[in-house]
Structure formats: structure tokens, C-alpha cells
Write a protein that binds this ligand. Structure first.
Ligand SMILES: C[S@@+](CC[C@H](N)C(=O)[O-])C[C@H]1O[C@@H](n2cnc3c(N)ncnc32)[C@H](O)[C@@H]1O
Length: 222
């Protein structure tokens, strides 16, 4: 299994930080959905700077923040303190979650579990299953094989689905796992798959536009 490597959040400061402090579009849908289902124990798996922890915390959820980056967790702590919110914080590797079986009603995991290889993905999905309560839900995203990164032949191929990202920035040399629909169906076969959507984001850069494809997956534990 490839060695885990988190984001280098230390280079994400000031205006670059702003994007990571605004909750993503689907978080409002999930907030509404999980509130109406009376969910309470919320895990922000790979919480980054904590934008979704803060959103769910402000809305009465009992929040656990988890990330491999101690810098990201420290910055979330400072932000939550400013907002008068109390969360549980843990730094660690998603390959082994530091929580008891059946701890959570809902898990939010945006752009996180792709940061490993095929063996790692299988291990993480087992861990997610272990910490989910009966009838709980998990939202997560996976990178698609359609996305530009998977087509970068100069990025080292770790296994048939995984490349090491070689672009300068916070994800430099972080492993990226890419999936397709059939692989997703196989990976999540033990869950009730509520929805799978593929979304294209057009990213404008100085040297042109790149297209980032992600799968958005919502599952329920049977
Ligand atoms: C793209 S960021 C997303 C952060 C957050 N989910 C959000 O949407 O704002 C990916 C996060 O996953 C974390 N991460 C990567 N590999 C990890 C691992 N093996 N265990 C725990 N966290 C990891 C990174 O440190 C980073 O904070």
C-alpha cells in the first residue's frame, strides 16, 4: 500500500485559504437531509480547515474532526473557538480510524479518500463501514478516470487506478486514486447506494482550462 501523505496546508494561506473556508454546495443539501433525519453524530473525515465542521456544528450536530494534517486541525480548532463551538479533534491516518464501531450517524468526506491507492481505498471503505451506525449515511467523493490528472503520463502510476500528483502545490506527491462507475459499484457493493453523480468542474488557468471530474456518492449502511 502506498504511504499516506496529507495536504501541505502550510502553503495555503490568506486569499488561497478563502475557498477552503466556504462550505461546498452539496453540504447545504446534506445538512437539510440529515437534520430532517434527526442525525446527531457527524464525522468530518479529512476535515481540512473545517468548513463543513463549522457549518454542521453551528446547526447543532455533535462534530468530530479528523485529518492527517495537524496544521489543518489546529486551524480548525482556532476557528471553532472564535465561533464558540466545541468539537472532538483527532489527527491520524484514515487507514485506521480512531473511533469505536458504530460511532456516527453521518459522515462527510469530500475529496479525501482518493488520497491513497487501490488497496488503501478498500481499507478505508472498511473503516468507514465499521464506524457507521446502522441506518447511517456517508457522503463522499472520488476522482473520475475522465479527469485530466489520470491522463498525465508523466505522473508515476502506482497501480492501475492510482497516480502520484506531480503538480506543485499542497498536493505535491500526494497519491490520487481514480475510479469509474463499475469500480464504484464494486467498491460499495455492501452498502445501499442512494446516489452516484458525476460532475465536471471547469478550472480556468493562465495556460488554458482544465476539466476536473468527480463522482459524488451517497451511501447508507444496511
Ligand atoms: C482536498 S482536502 C479536503 C478538505 C475538506 N474535506 C474540505 O472539503 O474542505 C483533503 C484533506 O484530506 C486530508 N487527508 C489526505 N490523506 C489523508 C489520510 N491518509 N488520512 C486523513 N486525512 C487525509 C488532507 O490532509 C486534506 O485536509
Amino acid at each position: 500500500m502506498v504511504k499516506s501523505k496529507g495536504w501541505n496546508w502550510e502553503i495555503v494561506k490568506e486569499e488561497k485559504e478563502e475557498i477552503w473556508k466556504n462550505p461546498s454546495i452539496e453540504s447545504y443539501y446534506l445538512l437539510n437531509r440529515w437534520k430532517s433525519q434527526d442525525k446527531k453524530y457527524f464525522l468530518d473525515l479529512g476535515s481540512g480547515l473545517g468548513r463543513h465542521s463549522i457549518l454542521f456544528g453551528k446547526n447543532g450536530f455533535n462534530v468530530s474532526c479528523f485529518d492527517i494534517s495537524s496544521d489543518a486541525i489546529e486551524r480548525t480548532k482556532n476557528w471553532a473557538t472564535e465561533e464558540n463551538l466545541k468539537f472532538d479533534y483527532k489527527v491520524g491516518d484514515m487507514l485506521k480510524l480512531p473511533y469505536d464501531n458504530e460511532s456516527f450517524d453521518c459522515i462527510y468526506c469530500k475529496n479525501v479518500i482518493s488520497h491513497t491507492d487501490t488497496k488503501g481505498i478498500k481499507k478505508i471503505i472498511k473503516e468507514i463501514d465499521r464506524v457507521m451506525k446502522h441506518n447511517s449515511e456517508c457522503y463522499l467523493t472520488l476522482l473520475s478516470k475522465e479527469t485530466w490528472g489520470f491522463k498525465q503520463d508523466t505522473w508515476p502510476l502506482i497501480d492501475e487506478n492510482t497516480r502520484l500528483k506531480m503538480e506543485e502545490g499542497p498536493e505535491y506527491k500526494v497519491p490520487h486514486f481514480y475510479a469509474d462507475y463499475n469500480l464504484i459499484k464494486e467498491l460499495f457493493k455492501d452498502f445501499n447506494i442512494i446516489s452516484i453523480r458525476q460532475e465536471i468542474e471547469y478550472i480556468e488557468k493562465t495556460n488554458g482550462t482544465s476539466q476536473s471530474y468527480h463522482y459524488h456518492i451517497l451511501i447508507r449502511k444496511n
